[in-house]
Design a protein around this ligand. Sequence first.
Ligand SMILES: Cc1ncc(COP(=O)(O)O)c(C=O)c1O
Length: 384
Amino acid sequence: MPKHSSGFSTRAIHVGQEADAETGAVAVPIYATSTYVQQEIGKHKGYEYARVSNPTRTRLEKNLASLEGGMAARVFASGMAAINAICTMFKTGDHVVCGHNLYGGTPRLFNQVLTGYGIEFTYVDTGDVRNVERAIRKRTRMVFVETPTNPLMAISDLRAISKVCRQKKVDLVVDNTFMSPYFQKPIALGADMVVHSTTKFLNGHSDGLGGVVVCTRPEQAEQLGFVQKAAGAILSPFECWLVLRGVKTLAIRMEQHDRNGRQVAAFLAKHKKVTKVFYPGLLDHPQHELAQRQMSGFGAMITFETGSLANANKMLRKVRVCSLGESLGGVETLISHPATMTHAALGEKGRKQIGITDGMVRISVGIEDVEDIIADLDRALAAI
Ligand SMILES: Cc1ncc(COP(=O)(O)O)c(C=O)c1O
């Protein structure tokens, strides 16, 4: 039985992934059941109804809590369902401070759904901790940070922000989707909760949607467990199983994503058709040192500037190894256009305010042979 102190890969492969007690099956069974037989009124084996709990889900929650260094985890039907679940703990008049450059779907949920319930949101550049401190009010319940940001790859200092949050008695919640727990451990840096779209690196194979909230306190786990039961946006046993299978190779995938990411970033930085590259591993990234301190790798996410929408489209039409599409974190290289895809909901003005241009292209570097990825990008960039 691996301990909490075991290495990352050992925990990824064994925590929650113990052999099945009844049959010895090495892989966690998919418990495809909606309900459970009870022995008598009020007497059962801990499982009553599948919206409330499911053994495959329990296994995944145990595994992800261990990987992030939390005390418990709760999984949901998507990353957005996980973020929404946290916000259902707030009341009318509560206030949230969040980064001004989040995944576009997050401000869409905040501005177009949750403000309707009287929850207020203030967007600041969390790259400067003083902005966070200034924005916190009496009714602030949460500071929500994504680092690196999507798609601009700006870094926020989690240790410094967590210090401010502790002083002001506000929870710090970090969306750790881009780095995965392999390269960044927000709880160790002071975060109160961590969220992921498991759709991305945790699943790793672009074959399932999911989300998780990792908790540091029992009352968070209890409240979020109640939200699973009450609101019902839980992750299905099959999709839990896909993530359980995916995380077994998370460490080696992340190592390869990172190796390829560094080489692709270096190639793009030298390319004459590319005017700017956003990647924390590059020496000229304004927060390169902070990234080095806070993360144990730079990862696979790179954004670069092609100069115009027409240029972006010309190159995106030509890629063959890279797949043009939304999402990230799969073994295959995915390439996307933030202005019309992930960040379309911000509108032109919203994008301009934070510096997202029509010429920007975002790439989630996969684990294919890096020479093939680079040759594909080179060929595509020749179209500009
Ligand atoms: C950083 C980040 N957070 C959250 C989400 C939302 O996750 P999902 O698509 O699983 O709902 C995404 C999706 O792209 C994301 O990139």
